[in-house]
Design a protein around this ligand. Sequence first.
Ligand code: EPZ
Length: 429
Amino acid sequence: MDKIRIIGGTRLEGTIPISGAKNAALPLMIASLLTDGTLTLDNLPHLADVAMLQRILGHHGVDYMISGRRAGQDEMCGQTVSMTARAIVDTTAPYEFVSQMRAGFWVIGPLVARMGEARVSLPGGCAIGTRPVDLFLMGLEKLGAEIEIDGGYVIARAPRGLAGARVTFPKVSVGATHTVMMAATLAKGETIIENAAREPEVVDLAECLVKMGARIEGAGTSTIVVTGVPHLGGAHHRVLPDRIETGTYAMAVAATGGTVFLENARAELLSAALDVLRGAGVTVEELDGGIRVSRNGTPLLPVEVETQPFPGFPTDLQAQLMALVTMAKGTSHITETIFENRFMHVQELARLGARIFLDGQTATVEGVEKLKGAPVMATDLRASVSLVIAGLVAEGETTISRVYHLDRGFERLEEKLCRCGADVSRIKG
Ligand code: EPZ
């Protein structure tokens, strides 16, 4: 298995292009199941999760065509992919797929909406928490699907089609919002989704579905209204920039010092995180075409942060922020409210010399003068990249094993960092 080797201590200076968002790309790709028309997505990132979902969708009958790179096009730009599900050839999503990527479960919405049936494996365990699917099942049941669990599979049936209904989520869920919104596009009548997730990726999916002919209002607010239509058609859509990748590199620059322009980044997608960085003494400027982040000589200040659904501080940036404030001048408190077990990075950061104390869902981080390189292990996607940030500042060499976690969600990470002067390399293994 590959490892990443980092020699820390270099300031980051330069430009990092921000890729298309993984967490928008996945539901957008799944939306191709809703139509026999062709859905073309631009700016699709080159990621292991995207490739995995491509395999899953292929199993259901989606033809996948990747456009070649045009002469003169920047090699860092995303792919253009056309997906056509002329016929759904299989309505079962097997365990070997869904267990590897939770978002694979989301196919249940489009499949039951279009085909009147879906048999989708329960996802199983996850490193960051239990992550149940009760909200998905509740939502689909409200739309008239009959749900049965058998042999580790959820079987959803709606032989006469789905019917619009009021779906009130007791808790905000991004995946359940995506799934019910997709299913409702083909249901008869009006669906009102209350306490919907307001994440930018939900808005991106809704915008794409509207281009496909869906009638959706209110995406980006807590109440989404979907009026079902008999068919959806093809569309052309560009995946929005990745706010988590943006925040990650912003924190990397904040940690190492230096100035980096995050090209294509959109500040409104991560205002809460940028405000936290400003509060920590980092300069963040919103410019045309991107965001400039710099810290040149000013000390890092401690933070008090609680993760929240959008527009709050994202759980997907919690580990990276923790890596950053390990070197703050003072004590920070970071509370994780979304997932109950998302602190796997704490022990690994401690191996580099960080002083972090966990009490329930709150981490107290006492800033230290410096971190020292060591071998560490990646445990999940965002935890892994927090180790990269720590490794970039730590004295000496840090090696990170199990980097396949990183490849799931960060496109060309080593290359992007090296372009800004970092000493990061991949050891093939
Ligand atoms: C999405 O996961 C993201 N994944 C996650 O990013 C992100 O951390 C999460 O949203 C929160 O922002 C993708 O978009 C592919 P949720 P999702 O349903 O949709 C509970 C990353 O690193 N819940 O919003 O699975 C759940 O356990 C990943 O890129 C239920 O209780 O998250 C959690 O506590 C990791 N019942 C909370 O809701 C349900 O039926 C929010 O989870 C569903 C969820």
